[in-house]
Structure formats: structure tokens, C-alpha cells
Design a protein around this ligand. Sequence first.
Ligand code: GLC
Length: 731
Amino acid sequence: MKHRLLSATLLSLSLLGGLSATYAAQPAHTPIYLDANRPIEERVEDALSRMTLEEKVAMCHAQSKFSSAGVPRLGIPEIWMTDGPHGIRMEKLWDEWADAQWSNDSCTAFPALTCLAATWNPTMANTYGQAIGEEARYRNKAVLLGPGVNIYRLPLNGRNFEYMGEDPFLASKMVVPYIHGVQRNGVATCVKHFALNNQEIDREFVNVIVDDRALHEIYLPAFKAAVQEGGTWAIMGAYNRYKDQFCCHNQYLLNDILKGDWAFDGVVISDWGGTHNTQQAAYNGLDIEMGTWTDGLAWSWSNAYDKYFLAQPFLIQLKKGEIDEKVVDEKVRRILRLTFRTTMNPHRPYGSFATEEHALTARRIAQEGIVLLKNEGNLLPLDPKQPRKILVVGENAKQMMTSGGGSSELKVKHEVLPWEGIQNYFGDQAQISYEEGYSLNPAVNRHALRQQAAEAAAQADVVLFVGGLNKKDNQDCEASDRRSYELPYEQNELIAALRQANPNLVVILISGNAVAMPWVDQVPTIVQAWYGGSEAGNALASILAGEVNPSGKLPFTFPVRLEDNAAIALEAYPGNGKDVEYKEGIFVGYRWHDRQKIEPLFCFGHGLSYTTFEYGPARLNRRQMNPRDSITLSVSVRNSGSRSGAEVVQLYLCDKKSSLPRPLKELKGFRKVVLEPGEEQTVTFTIDAQALSYYDDRQQTWVAEPGQFEAWVGASSEDIRSRASFELTDE
Ligand code: GLC
């Protein structure tokens, strides 16, 4: 008995000891990588030192459609990514493009980025980023796969609606605050598609040939600003090739420029299926491989992820010593840095999702981005208190635009369509009727629809035509460029018939691209309304009703004919199935129109208001500056109309004499000012040597050449209100 008692005692002592031994086994201190009070770089090194080679390699490639591995053993979370630039995409199945059919992922759709760019309001870009970042954070995403800043090279690119227009300065100034807004939530932006992804035809392999000046002056600036001013934590490689190397593992773009010259310390993520080679992916700057179609025979199948170029093949070469471990360490450092900035940053906020506040933000952005292109006879605004018969015509008045378009598609909590918005604003006093007018369904007799709409138009007081494109294939959609510059589905014939029936016609275009307007001289009022997101219909109607005074300005040129576009005129699109050469060089958009003296249909920076603005003379504080100096330009702007409004004062600089060809003028400043009737404000711009510089490909650097310059101040790139000349002297 005694023996048993003793053994029982010993057992309990050992257990206690064991228990206390268990507690004692806990580390006396928190490991550095788990201590959020330690500098991130220390946390990175500590975590890296604890990882096995297999764990390191696992972090460098997808584990599912939209996630990459963490380190379960160390409590380092997975990285979950989400499209897209306009809102948080619905959940997809683990390894399928199919929707996961969740019931809690209906989001707020913010306006497409061309609409944001059309606000010319960096503060609004920051508001946009903050709101979409809150939605990404709430849905526990570490990376938002956007914004896109590829330059608008021609009006057929299917994804222009996702980007910020034709001018690198405007895109640069608008992308930086967007990034700040998103990342303030502890969510990384992944600015895309780096670089030269300016068409959808052959996007997965086409090799872009472009001269260094155009690369540095036109196609890289917005990405450079995103990195150096925006501090983006991730960049997405583009599908296409440059210098015959895929952009997702491109020595020149990723190592030399992005991580070298620009000192980017974030993560390079491939586009989905943009990785093609283990050696190049290892050495040429790629950090996380996503979306690869493993054996090339299928888009993906289970455990396909082991077959990724940066999975087993990479691990095997590392184990054999064919690739040095420091190569994978460099990738993992960046991935860990991203993790400590996002999922393992305990100080980040908790976000919010699909709120009334976000809907209001979406509406405000859309309201500020809508562009009044023409308003002869001041047909707009329509007083909503005045009884009248309003006829709404067009399929786009009742077409959802938040779905479709490719990877930027959204499943929304709500979408106010134009038809509903018009009812909301005018339904009390007006008799509102609807005619489809045109249909994308080829089986429909479009002549009959047109006839019926024209007859109804003759009976109305005012006709609101809502047309444009619709984010279906070849109509502003990823993976398919437009096949024509014309409006589809015989809309031109319909617009002509409506105008014939009733002169009080407002044409409202829903699109992300310029379109031909053969009826432009016959139609008194034209509104560019973009893809406006969840509140599109209310935003549009608030402009039509005059509750909001339009202040949007075009972020790209509307040429009269497609042939007026540089890439088309030079037969430099879509390439020969292998290469596409950007023969126009730096002369993109208004730069081309100025050089060729081609009058645009509507110019870059154009946008009307319900009030008018008068500009005073541009005044310079000095007439000379040296390269270390700067000059201040001041210009007064007065609201000379009868209602408050916002004006975007634009500054273009002209280099009167340069040793290399330069555009006539280039946007180098803009400021949006809100003015009450009669109110005057003075806007000032600082002009420094950087603003005067161009990229000299002979020296491979930016140069500001001494000589005469002119500052042009205007309400658009064509509506120049005043000029002032000055000289840049030698040192
Ligand atoms: C797509 C797009 C990219 C998107 C990604 C994930 O192919 O090019 O913009 O973020 O795949 O959907």
C-alpha cells in the first residue's frame, strides 16, 4: 500500500513538475517576429531565420486562386488577395474561377477609375482609396489587386475603363492618394499592370517595342509615383513582354528599374498566368507566382500548385544548389515585410463594408467625375419641380454595369441604374416613360425599336438617351479589345432618329472609352457618365437635375475618327501577333493631336459647368530661373456665373526649343477650386526644373535644357486662357 501511495505521490509530483515544466517551457519572451513593437526589418530577419527551405518556397507561389501560403508552424498568416480597383470582388472557389456563392460578400461598387481620374481631384482619390481599403480590410484581404495605371494609348483597349487616362502627370497625381487611402487600412495596393499593358489583344505574350523616351516619359511615371510617392507595398507584373522578356520576370523592369533605381521594397506579384519560367522567375524579380496554368493543358487542377514554376521546380533547384538560397530569402523578406505591414500589424483598423457612408462616397465620386461635354441652349439642368414629359430611351438606362468587364466585376449590395435615378429625382413632377430604343440582342428588330422610340420622342418634352458601351465582350471588357470606334447596336441611327423627332435631346454615354459621335453637331447636349458604380443612377440624375454642378474633365482625348489616333494612324496596333511597336513614341493622346494639328472631337481636360469661369492673366514671380530654382505662377479664377461650381485650372508647359523633339505642351499642374457666384480665388503653381525636363535617351537621364519656356493656363488642353513666358538659364 505504502509503495503505491509513494508512487502515486511521485506521479502527481512529476505531473505537477511536468505542468510547471510545461509552463516553464513557454518562452520567457515573445519572439522578435511576433513582437509588433519591434522594427519590421528585425521581425523579418527573425522570422526568416526560423523558416525551413520548404516553408520559404511555399510562400513564393499561390496555394489557391487568390491566396499564397503563410507559415502555419510559426503562426504567420496566409496572404489573401482580392480584385479589384473598383470594389471587393465576390469570393471565388478555392481553385476555380467560379463564384463561391457566399452570402456576405456583396460590396460597394465605386466608380471605374476613368471616372475617378475625370474628377481631377486628388483628395477624392484619397477618399476613394480610404473607402475601398476599409472594404478590403473588413473582408480580411491583405492585398487589393489594383489600382491600374496603364496609359490610355488608343480608344479600343478593353481595359481603359480600369485606368486613369492618357496623361502620365494626371495618372501620377491621382494614383498616389488612392494608395495612401487604401494602405492606411493595413491593406496593400498592388499597382498594375507593370508595364506596357495597353491592349488586350495578344496581352499574354505580345512583346512591346517602345523607345526609351516614351517608356520613361509616358508609360512609367505613374508606376514610379506609385512606388516613390505612394509607397505601394505591391506591384503586379503585366502579362506581356518587354525586351522579349515576360514582364512578370523581367530583369530590366523589375530588377534594374523597379527594385534598383526606384528602390521598391515591396512584393512583385505575377498577373494570373503571367509566369513562364523557373530560372527567370527566380532571378528576374518575381516574388509571388499567382494563377499559373500548370501543365498548359488545363487552367488548373488539384495540387496543381506544386507544379508552379516557383514551387517544386524551384525547391528542387535550391536543394541541388543550382539556385542559391539567398535568392529565395530575398523573395521571402519582401513577403514577410508585406505580412508585417498588413495581417501581422495589430495596429491596423478593422474596416467597414457596404455601408451607407461608402455608397455616399461612391455617389460623390461619380458626381464629380461626370463630364458635361456639350450643353447648347442650356437644355440642362432640368428643373425637377417643373412638370414635363420625360422620355428615357436606351438599354443602358436599365443595364447593370457593376457586373461584367472581367476581373474588376463586382457583386454589389445595390446598384442604382440611370432609370431608377431619374425616377428618384424627377418622378414627383414629371411624367417619365421609357423606350428601349436599341438592344444588344441581334434577334431583336432594331428598326422597329428605333421607330417606336422616335414616335414616343415626338410626344415628349425632353428625351434622355442613355447609351454607350456595356462591359460585355469587346465593349469595354478585359481580354477583349473593341472592334470598332463606333457605338454598337445601331445607336447612331437611333440618336439621329430621336434628334429628328425632338430637338430637346440629351445624349448620355455610359462608357470607359471614347466613341465616335457622327451626330455631335445635331445633338445639343452630351454627358459622359462613365461606369458610375453602386450609385451611378443617382449621381447622373443629380447632375441632370442641377442638384450637383458638373465639374468633371476628360482624362483622355475623344478623337473625331479612329484614324486620328496615333497608334491607329501609324498602324502600330495591335501588332503582328508577336511584337507591337509603339511607333508614336511620346506623342500619345493630345501630344499627338498637337503635333499633327488634328482637331479632337473633345479634347483632353475638357468639361463644362452650369456656371462660367473667368481667368485673370498668368503672373510669374520671376522671368528667369536656374535649374536649382523654381518659379511661382499665379492666376486668378472667378466664378462669373449665377451658381456655385468647381473648375479645374490646368497648367501646361511648352519648351520653345529643345535638342530632341518634344510635345507642343504637357500637363504639369492642375488645381480644382470650388467657387461661389462672384467669388474669385488665386491659384498658384510652382514650376521647378523637373517640370521642365524630358528624358534624354542619349544620356539615359532626365534633362532640363536652358532656354525659353511658356506656361499656358487653361480650362482644358485647348481652352487656354492665358500664357506667360520665362527662361531657364544655365547653372
Ligand atoms: C487578371 C487580370 C488582373 C487581375 C488578375 C486576378 O487576368 O489581368 O488585373 O487582378 O487576373 O483576377
